[in-house]
Design a protein around this ligand. Structure first.
Ligand code: SF4
Length: 81
């Protein structure tokens, strides 16, 4: 996990500017179908219009998916870039 990229993702999540929402939506669809996407109790309070990844994190990199799909990070198993 690259902390700076994930922080950038959270910034994008809050601002919803740098990564196009259409791209984030495509990534979220991949994550929603992925067995490595898990739901975290600590993320349950974070609402997201991308409901497929709301409250979820990637079990491989431990990144919150609401932030990850909006960051310049990549999927650890190359399901999306
Ligand atoms: S980032 Fe990749 S490995 Fe992680 S949940 Fe999404 S699709 Fe799965």
């Amino acid at each position: 996990m690259n902390i700076s990229k994930i922080l950038s993702g959270w910034k994008n999540y809050l601002a919803k500017a740098e990564v196009p929402e259409t791209l984030a939506k495509q990534r979220a669809a991949h994550c929603a179908a992925c067995p490595h996407a898990k739901h975290g109790k600590l993320l349950a309070f974070i609402k997201d219009n991308l409901t497929q990844v709301e409250g979820a994190y990637c079990n491989l990199c431990k990144c919150p998916l609401s932030a990850k799909v909006r960051s310049t990070d990549v999927c650890p198993i190359n399901k999306w870039q």
